[in-house]
Design a protein around this ligand. Structure first.
Ligand code: CTP
Length: 214
């Protein structure tokens, strides 16, 4: 069955002024591994990524973005024609209430930065999900399974990869995940330390299986 994958990767940057931004250390490796695996199996794939130091896999359509709003716009546009959305991106939850046009000089001793929420991409798309298969990721330092389960339902997901980032080996921007797969109806799967390439293969296996059942 020909499936079209839409994958998000990397961090987003929320600019405070032209030279400073809020972000996180996401490397993009997880999303790029998923895109690579989808292409390897002969599927069409669109990869939307925040700023990372990786070369997009040959054969996928690459859409580079910067901010959470850019990512939302790109994903929303591509969502209509995809069969599977896999959101590995570490989207910033907040952005500065305003981005200054010029660089801010340190005149004051203290400064308060006002932040506003960004759009929750998965949550805003879930009402239009239809038959699409949607997979999310959750990096957690505590209450891994409870938080993962909450996000699974709030965001209307078919699966979430809960990653325990409390230990150094499976933190942000490292080669492995300490993963638990959670599903709305099926029993959870604790995978322990697992490579990003293996997680990518398992996610595509899951999507293939789900597509057969839908
Ligand atoms: N996500 C999203 N839009 C956002 C933030 C996150 O679509 N604005 C997606 C991520 O790509 C990931 C999933 O939602 O697949 C969970 O992200 P996470 O940051 O763990 O959860 P939050 O929604 O930020 O929840 P909380 O702040 O409670 O941890």
């Amino acid at each position: 069955m020909p499936l079209k994958f839409l994958v998000s990767a990397g961090p987003t940057r929320e600019y405070i002024d032209p030279v400073r931004f809020l972000s996180n250390p996401s490397s993009g490796k997880m999303g790029f591994a998923v895109a690579k695996e989808a292409v390897k199996r002969g599927y069409e794939c669109v990869l939307v990524s925040g700023p990372v130091n990786l070369r997009p896999p040959k054969g996928c359509r690459f859409i580079p973005v910067v901010s959470a709003e850019d990512m939302y716009q790109a994903i929303k546009k591509e969502f209509a024609s995809c069969d599977v959305l896999i959101m590995t991106a570490a989207v910033s939850d907040f952005k500065p209430a305003k981005t200054l046009k010029q660089k801010e000089h340190k005149i004051a001793e203290k400064s308060i930065l006002e932040l506003v929420r960004t759009k929750d991409i998965l949550k805003s798309l879930s009402p239009d999900k239809g038959k699409r298969i949607v997979i999310g990721f959750a990096a957690e330092t505590n209450d891994l399974e409870a938080s993962g389960k909450r996000k699974l339902f709030v965001k209307g997901l078919d699966m979430i990869v809960a990653n325990d980032v409390s230990k150094p080996l499976a933190g942000f921007a490292v080669g492995k995940l300490n993963a638990t797969f959670l599903y709305p109806k099926k029993e959870k799967e604790r995978l322990g330390l697992i490579s990003k390439a293996s997680v990518a293969r398992k996610l595509i296996d899951f999507a293939e299986q789900e597509a057969k059942n839908k």
